[in-house]
Write a new protein. Structure first.
Lengths: 434, 172
């Protein structure tokens, strides 16, 4: 870190914006094919009807809502890193804050697509919005689903504005070192930023306020997502633990995704001196913390089911662990609560391969957590004659694959066209540590 | 602005050098009209006598407007059809508080952005006046004004610790 200078930071980051090679465009093309496949599957569903998905009585919430919750969760750690750790003055956040914020914006966009897909008749989506109409029909603001519409749209707007605000000084750096069309583009994007003392004064205040507002927002958004379930009387859902449990899970999955993205980014772009092993180790330590909270929540759910002596609640949790979806349940427990404990050992926290492998396991585990919560509860609720099973169809698989491809497609476009590390925040960091 | 004044821009390598130059320029009775830096520099802002930022007031106003807008929207729409749904009162304040909370954050952020744009003076078309590209790299740029007769002396003073980039005569 001592070797870094302001100019070195600029050149390292600006080098990543050089003209990409064939391999980059090949990967982009492959991911685009995945996006087209997903779009084709969605188009097929629109023409044929939502029946082409595997959702049916009693499971009407399938992979679309699993993916919705998953991507909202992924989005959350971007705000944790950019806002909460900013307020706590955690210096290790600076090198990864930009990548994490970008991940947030793209993940919320993708999450926001899934309720549209789940609706089936997507052209009626405006029913969820408070649009004046002659029948004076309005959304029911007592419903957690409408809380969700408000919360997710707020989160998307706030995280996009926060992201752009952070980029403005960096756009000015690129503008000053570009020529031709690129200079013109960045001249517009940088809004004429020139780093005047008055500009920095207001900017730092505004950024601090952004962080202060984003912090309660991020906690409220995943709490609201959890209330989509917790306000229903379904066994396995109707608990007060859901909000903190979901927030911790969201941060757990998001941190894992930050590792999954930043490790290849660091290797490909030669960011080793900026995204140091210490930074990755700090993420790993935080994953141990969130993994323990998530593990505690799994245990608490089972304990409360037993302590309540409510036979339906007890049966619901017995079935989760030993019923038809037992493999999914144990994948969830092992990947989210057991495997991250390896990070208690320094060897696993400091070896890049282990960091990457464990982060992928956590991502898988968190996807299965949403599967277990959403499908596992409604497939086996009150009446034995209403119990059933759910299996995703190929159409749902195609849409899910398309969503993952879209996320990585957007992220790859970002890293080659915009600064993937905040040059300004890195400079501030080395200035304060000097 | 003085008649026959000269504006001199000079670049410095560190915040310390810049602060020292600001003090020296002022001691000679000349003016420092602007300082540009690659990172926030609180001590420079203090030295230039910049007051507190007023962005927070915009944020606060946005938040207050948002809170009442959220509550009002939820209450207004609920009273269009006075139907009791799931046994809940038509005006259910607890769920409406969640809408009000989200609107508070949303409008506070809009206020914050508005505050930033107005206080920062962005977008600024003629940002290039007295601007040097090194200021977005690793240099601190000072913009100082002196009477034309003292221009050479000013250049000499700032040139001791910094690099004089430009001297523009202004006749007003």
């Amino acid at each position: 870190m001592q070797e870094l200078t302001f100019e070195k930071i600029n050149t390292t980051v600006l080098d990543t914006l050089s003209r990409p090679g064939k391999r980059y465009w090949t990967v982009i093309a492959l991911l685009f094919c995945g996006v087209v496949l997903g779009a084709a599957c969605w188009a097929y569903q629109i023409f044929e009807g939502v029946g082409v998905a595997g959702m049916n009585t009693p499971v009407h919430w399938g992979t679309y809502l699993i993916n919705f919750v998953f991507w909202v969760g992924i989005a959350h750690s971007g705000t944790l890193i950019s806002a909460i750790l900013f307020l706590m003055r955690a210096g290790w956040r600076n090198p990864i804050a930009r990548a994490a914020e970008t991940m947030t914006v793209f993940a919320v966009c993708i999450a926001g697509l899934f309720p549209f897909i789940h609706l089936g008749r997507v052209w009626l989506v405006f029913y969820m919005l408070p649009v004046p109409n002659q029948r004076t029909l309005w959304p029911n603001f007592q419903s957690p689903l409408i809380f969700d519409v408000v919360a997710i749209s707020t989160y998307l707007t706030v995280s996009s504005l926060f992201w752009y605000t952070g980029l403005v000084p960096d756009f000015a750096i690129i503008r000053d070192r570009s020529v031709g069309v690129r200079k013109k583009i960045f001249r517009v994007l940088s809004l004429g930023w020139s780093g005047k003392s008055g500009q920095w004064l207001h900017y730092t205040r505004g950024y601090l306020l952004f962080a202060g507002l984003a912090t309660p927002l991020v906690i409220s958004v995943h709490s609201v997502v959890s209330w989509d379930f917790a306000l229903g009387v379904t066994p396995g859902w109707h608990t007060t633990i859901f909000a903190p449990y979901f927030v911790a899970g969201a941060i757990h999955s998001g941190l894992a995704m930050v590792l999954t993205l930043c490790i290849p980014l660091r290797k490909i772009f030669g960011y080793e001196r900026i995204i140091t092993v210490h930074v990755l180790e700090s993420i790993a330590k935080t994953i141990v913390f969130t993994g323990l909270i998530v593990g505690f929540a799994y245990g608490t759910e089972v304990f409360i089911a037993w302590y309540s002596q409510n036979i339906i609640e007890m049966e619901s949790f017995r079935w989760r662990a030993f019923g038809a979806y037992a493999p999914e349940y144990w994948i969830m427990v092992i990947c989210n609560s057991v495997i991250p404990l390896l990070f208690l050992f320094r060897k696993f926290r400091t070896k890049i391969v282990w960091l990457f492998v464990i982060s992928v396991f956590v991502n898988i585990g968190m996807w299965f957590e949403r599967f277990v919560i959403i499908v596992g509860s409604v497939a086996h609720d009150f009446l034995p004659n209403a119990w059933g099973h759910y299996r995703p169809t190929l159409v749902e698989g195609g849409i899910m694959l398309g969503a993952f491809c879209l996320f990585f497609f957007l992220f790859l476009l970002f890293v080659k066209h915009l600064p993937s590390v905040s040059m300004t925040e890195m400079k501030e960091h080395i200035q304060h540590t000097e | 602005m003085n008649t026959h004044a000269t504006t001199i821009t000079a670049l410095f390598k560190s915040e310390e050098d810049t602060l020292a130059a600001i003090r020296e320029i002022r001691e000679h009775g000349w003016q420092v009209t602007e300082v540009r830096s690659p990172v926030p520099a609180e001590r420079i802002a203090e030295a230039l006598g910049r007051g507190k930022s007023r962005v927070g007031w915009f944020t606060f106003a946005g938040g207050v407007i948002g809170f009442f807008s959220g509550f009002s929207l939820a209450a207004f729409t609920a009273t269009r059809w006075d139907l009791i749904v799931s046994g809940k009162p038509v005006l259910s304040w607890i769920p409406f508080f969640i809408i009000a909370f989200e609107f508070t954050i949303l409008f506070a952020v809009f206020g914050n952005v508005l505050g930033l744009l107005t206080q920062l003076g962005l977008p600024e078309k003629d940002y290039e006046t007295n601007y040097h590209e090194e200021c977005s790299g690793d240099m601190y740029g000072i913009e100082a004004v002196a009477d034309q007769s003292e221009a050479e002396r000013l250049k000499e003073v700032v040139g001791r610790t910094g690099t004089v980039k430009r001297a523009d005569r202004m006749d007003e």
